[in-house]
Design a protein around this ligand. Structure first.
Ligand SMILES: Nc1ncnc2c1ncn2[C@@H]1O[C@H](COP(=O)(O)OP(=O)(O)OP(=O)(O)O)[C@@H](O)[C@H]1O
Ligand SMILES: [Mg+2]
Length: 500
């Protein structure tokens, strides 16, 4: 007998105005199965799952749960029906601790419970299982993005969900964290949970998918079981053609001139200090900054961007010291900056795409850049390329492209890019790298923070390694660097042998 689907989409569509985000989708989710959902940015993956989670109702068609039409009317209702979802953007309270956040989301916490006798060990059981390295008493604001994501997942596990939906969980995880998550997903699937795993990464599919659904322009264009299709077939189905990643950094200028100079930077944040960081990036040069997440790269980026103060040291761009600038001066600095989590840190979601693209020019006198807006949206493949659309309605990847369009779209003296391809599909990744390298070619100094060692090795002229708040090595990328060598430097193993 065929197993019965826990959830079933029957000819489900969802429209937003004229836009058809999900178009006549049919899909079944089974107990104990991991279903990967792949597809280009804006394909409709998040929307499809938000329909199941009750964020919006379908415009057409219906969703069955246990064979009955779903009566889920909203996320709270979804949770009491055993459906949990971890979103691309998070909903934790940064000022509270991990434990407090888990307690707030814990269905068994009685509202009258005093701080002392609220369920303690039970609420932390999943955290201990999934992420034993996270201290439940840490403030969420002090966790890395990857750790925050794991806390979000614990919230969902704590409701004993039968269906767990993860929207691009690995885009914010380090490779090691991602491997751990893969194992964990297999484990909960083994316990009977039906897991939906939205991703752009084929390694996720290889590591844990039983079934693969591919979406393109709102439609589910293919559903296959594990092993039925090759990875290149999957890429072709996702993108409509087989996208080959080609990447080569621009040629270095003959006489490189130093442009961006970090001079003995020291800075403190809760749980992290930067110790005497010095690094220079020349005009036309692409310097990669590699490190295991949580080793100070986020703090360093905030220092360079002028968001976090130094305790000593200088950030010099073209001879001008950037430390102790006010906000308007910071905005006017010709530094293109893509921060971590652009949805939270780099866009105003209630404003239009055009207004978001114009944000930087406010500082230089409020020049109207509307005439260039349309060209920028097209050049960076922001979809839909409608300048008067509200930013909050863009898909995760398209929002990331919008920020790149603003920061890479005009000539800059320097670029500071933190994980610039996070959450992007293969062709968008290609566009972003081309634009970033074009900035270098035009003379910008590019500092590129990434955890993708293969990409850094393919694209950076030099690679600096940050560990425990210090730059422990800077290597010329002359063909001799390997993942293993960088990995050893990042974790501090075999240093004697490697640092000549
Ligand atoms: N609330 C909304 N209002 C208007 N349009 C929306 C809304 N939510 C999503 N859309 C549109 O629906 C389409 C599908 O978006 P969705 O977020 O589902 O894409 P996605 O496949 O998850 O993409 P990504 O990989 O970039 O996260 C996009 O064109 C998006 O702009
Ligand atoms: Mg999405």
């Amino acid at each position: 007998m065929m197993p019965k689907a826990i959830a079933c989409f029957e000819n489900v569509s969802r429209r937003f105005g004229d836009l058809v985000a999900v178009n006549d989708a049919n899909l079944e989710l089974f107990q104990g199965d991991v279903t990967a959902i792949l597809g280009e940015n804006g394909a409709g993956k998040s929307t499809l799952m938000k329909l199941l989670y009750g964020v919006y109702p379908p415009s057409n068609g219906r969703i069955l749960i246990d064979g009955e039409p779903s009566a889920i009317t909203g996320p709270a209702d979804a949770m009491s029906n055993g459906v949990g979802m971890v979103f691309q953007n998070f909903s934790l309270f940064p000022a509270l601790t991990v434990r407090e956040n888990l307690l707030l989301a814990w269905p068994k916490t009685p509202f009258w419970a005093s701080e002392r006798n609220k369920g303690t060990s039970e609420v932390l059981a999943n955290l201990t299982r999934l992420a034993p390295h996270i201290n439940p008493h840490s403030k969420v604001a002090n966790l890395s993005v990857g750790e925050q994501q794991l806390v979000e997942l614990c919230k969902v596990l704590n409701i004993s969900a039968r269906i767990v939906i993860l929207d691009e969980p690995t885009s914010v995880l380090t490779p090691a964290e991602a491997r751990h998550l893969h194992g964990f997903i297999r484990q909960i699937a083994g316990e009977g949970v039906s897991v939906v795993f939205i991703t752009h990464k084929l390694v996720d599919v290889e590591a844990c998918a039983d079934k693969i659904a591919i979406m393109r322009q709102g439609k589910i264009v293919d559903v296959s079981i594990r092993g039925q299709r090759s990875m290149s077939e999957i890429v072709t189905l996702m993108m409509g053609s087989d996208v080959k990643r080609t990447m080569s950094p621009p040629a270095l200028p003959k006489k490189p001139v130093e442009r961006l100079f970090l001079n003995k930077i020291c800075a403190d944040a809760p749980g992290m200090s930067l110790k005497n960081i010095s690094l220079s990036v020349a005009s036309g040069e692409v310097v990669g900054l590699a490190g295991v997440a949580g080793n100070g790269q986020a703090l360093l980026a905030e220092v360079i961007a002028g968001i976090h103060p130094v305790t000593s040291g200088d950030v010099v761009l073209d001879g001008q010291n950037l430390v102790r600038r006010n906000q308007m001066e910071t905005l006017a600095t010709p530094l293109g900056y893509i921060p971590e989590q652009p949805r939270e840190n780099a866009v105003v979601e209630s404003m239009t795409l055009a207004q978001n693209l114009s944000l930087r020019t406010l500082a230089s006198g409020g020049i109207d850049v509307n005439s260039d807006v349309q060209a920028l949206l097209t050049r960076f493949h922001v979809n839909p390329p409608e300048k008067d659309r509200q930013a909050s309605t863009l898909s995760g990847g398209n929002l990331q492209k919008l920020v790149s369009a603003r920061e890479f779209g005009s000539p800059r003296a320097a670029i500071l890019a933190c994980y610039p391809t996070m959450g992007l599909d293969l062709s968008a990744i290609q566009t972003i790298y081309l634009e970033m390298f074009a900035q270098a070619e035009a003379g910008a100094a590019v500092l590129w923070i990434s955890e993708d060692l293969d990409d850094l090795i393919a694209g950076a002229h030099r690679i600096a390694i940050i560990r425990e708040g210090q730059v422990v090595a800077v290597k010329i990328n002359d063909g001799s660097l390997t993942r293993d060598k960088l990995g050893a430097l990042m974790t501090g193993m075999n240093l004697d042998e490697l640092v000549a």
